[in-house]
Design a protein around this ligand. Sequence first.
Ligand code: HAM
Length: 413
Amino acid sequence: VSARFQAPKGTFDILPASARRRARVESAAAGLLGRAGYGRIETPLFEDTELFESGVGQSTDIVRKEMFTFTDLGDRSVTLRPEGTAPIARAYLEHGMHTLAQPVKLWHAGPYFRYEAPQAGRFRQFNQIGAEAIGSDSPLADAELIGLLATLLRELGVPGVELRLSSLGSAEGRGDYRAELQSYLREHEGDLSRDVKERIDENPLRAFDSKDEGTRAVMAEAPVILDRLEGEDAEHFEAVRGLLDDAGIAYELDGSLVRGLDYYTRTVFAFTCDALGAQSEVGGGGRYDGLIERLGGPPTPAIGWATGIERILLATRDDEPEPSTDVFVAAADGRRESALALARELRDAGLSAELDLGGRGLKGQMKHADRIGARRAVILDEDGGCVIRDMTTGDQTEADRETVAETLREDAG
Ligand code: HAM
């Protein structure tokens, strides 16, 4: 069928089979994060544009070219959320959560929006599950969160997962390194892409993320911050590494790991999956010790991550069978009301039950029961009879309409 409308570019419909898989991913996350004391939070799908400009950062690709921003009818600039951390930091402040026991541990799941070039595993509306621990600077928080994402991906059966780990140092500790990198980039300016050249002042670290060949060759020799960590930044990173080693969580140090959001400080990490192709990152995150302060709050260290649900689904197999119906209630014309009532009784008794909503004759109804994979059917015939049919064997037994729900429930239990 050719339709007049299609889902917008980079978006997709979630049909029931996909919805079931998504529900399983979400329920695994709810269980795991709930057992670790994380409470669910939900923030609006859109926010003040400025929240992302100051939170995520003016020099990031996300803010520069990927936001769905519009002016609402009240003349405010609002933006569909491209990520969840800045909104959660906003909510933390708005609800005075700094007065609660720290850290405040939160998780979230829902849709996010980025105007990116769509490809496998990259969409304009996609779904994330994320976790944040706000108000702790302990390396234990880093290790706990990294461990939780590792466990979640393992529980969900994501294959070939690898963890890349780095530290960006604190904002104060980063100054000298930034200057060193900037002068290195200027020395090699001729070989850099325009995009990278333009951002030497504003965001030199982004050069590590460039896909441009010339830039990549320059960056292969560039100084990395991991080799320049000092003082408490170095101690923190050592402690995180020690805790991951103790927990048996393998990782690869990767000094070129920079992430597309400006708020990161100290620990950053990414989980990749070899089953994913180009968009191989299945989840990632890091510390954002300066974000809450940047949004007008008190200095508040924090760390978190997010994982893309679509990427988890792409990386894992769909081997769950379709759910089937316990009982199909078939009825001759005069008994359709009784069928409706019986379906309700069966559902009240905890069975799944369906009936004909398409005006089929009895024969057509039995065909339909077969097609939807019903295990049993109850046939209410025109003579007032009530028969239970086993749809696999074809065996039929007489039953009493008054007690048939009870009989079916006992047989199922
Ligand atoms: P992010 O790395 O931008 O981090 O996104 C996290 C995950 O979302 C990615 O690893 C990927 O699986 C998925 N993802 C991102 N963009 C797309 C897309 N266009 N299509 C499909 N999936 C996508 C954040 O968003 C941070 N807020 C994570 C964080 C939380 N850091 C600290 N706390």
